[in-house]
Design a binder for this molecule. Structure first.
Ligand code: C5P
Length: 303
């Protein structure tokens, strides 16, 4: 019997390093981004529907606020892009069960697009190569290829040109979530504004970070965490500086804004330290809610 439905599980990400070069003429920035996939997941279920019904979507779960249920959703765009590239009419319903924070700097929208690409490939037996899926992903957003690949990787160009990175061990994270997201373009714009008078060097991968990952040394990884968008995100949302401070005071190995924020990520020594920090952050009153996760984990996978 032909397959009628496919479910793909896709993780969130944290950037261990995000170095941003000068603004290019196309408005984008050359990046060096060291990604780690972490164990907070969205589930994308794709079901074939009647001919002529087109692509529809429903978003469920605990993180749905502000997610569009129309053609502007990146998952719908992903399904349609596959139809265009492989030249067929897509009649399918997408259900996204969300746990990844929306507009949180953890690639939630990109994860759903990545999950949809992998689901389309499986449901319609397209047998696309990984490179083809990565190329489709890059058309949808800079983080989409990494959400397909998962693990630990270095992204260059817009962050979409991936090279796998060697990493040992499991890393434990606590995430401080905000109820109100930050728009990625506005954080990049704030970055440009703050650096307007400065000579901005081309971004380069941190040797200290790569060596720490290779050694599986969480303390050294904590010290090497770096995000050029942290200043701009804190400038737009000053309360984030306080959140960073509270986590550092409670003994996190490292703390940084995740991607373009406003999620703040804390690296901790182990599960117990994560529980302690989660309790402390909640008790401090400066954090709306917290999530714990480990990484690296796999990218988008059919269940
Ligand atoms: O590629 P994506 O759609 O995820 O990017 C969202 C926004 O982030 C872009 O519109 C741009 O403002 C900014 N961006 C950037 N340089 C990159 C990636 C993203 O300026 N390399």
């Amino acid at each position: 019997m032909a397959l009628n439905s496919v479910t793909v599980r896709v993780p969130a990400k944290v950037n261990l390093q995000l170095s941003v070069g000068p603004r290019e003429s196309d408005g984008y920035h050359n990046l060096v981004s060291v990604f780690q996939a972490v164990s907070i997941y969205d589930e994308v279920t794709l079901t074939k529907s009647h001919p002529g019904s087109g692509v529809t979507i429903a978003v469920t779960g605990d993180q749905t606020h502000g997610v569009p249920e129309d053609d502007s959703n990146l998952a719908v765009k992903a399904a349609k892009l596959v139809g265009t590239k492989f030249d067929f009419d897509v009649d399918a319903h997408i259900e996204v069960k969300k746990s990844v924070p929306v507009a949180g700097g953890m690639a939630g929208g990109s994860a759903d697009a990545a999950g949809t690409l992998v689901a389309m490939d499986a449901l319609y037996k397209l047998e696309a190569t990984r490179e083809e899926l990565f190329a489709l992903g890059a058309e949808l957003g800079s983080d989409v290829p990494f959400m397909i690949s998962g693990g630990t990787a270095v992204g260059t160009g817009r962050g979409d040109q991936l090279t796998a990175a060697l990493s040992r061990g499991t890393y434990h994270w606590v995430f401080a979530l905000s109820t109100v997201g930050l728009s990625t373009p506005s954080v990049y714009a704030e970055c440009d504004r703050m650096r307007a008078e400065l000579e901005v060097a081309a971004p380069k991968v941190s040797d200290a970070l790569m060596q720490s990952l290779l050694a599986g040394d969480a303390q050294a990884v904590g010290r090497a965490l770096h995000n050029d968008l942290q200043g701009p995100a804190c400038s737009l949302r000053p309360a984030l500086s306080l959140v960073l401070e509270v986590g550092r005071d409670y003994g996190a190995l490292g703390a940084l804004v995740s991607g373009s924020g406003p999620t703040v990520a804390f690296l901790v020594a182990d599960e117990e330290a994560g529980l302690d920090l989660a309790v402390a952050l909640t008790a401090s009153g400066v954090v709306g809610s917290v999530a714990r996760a480990t990484g690296p984990v796999h990218g988008a996978r059919v269940l």
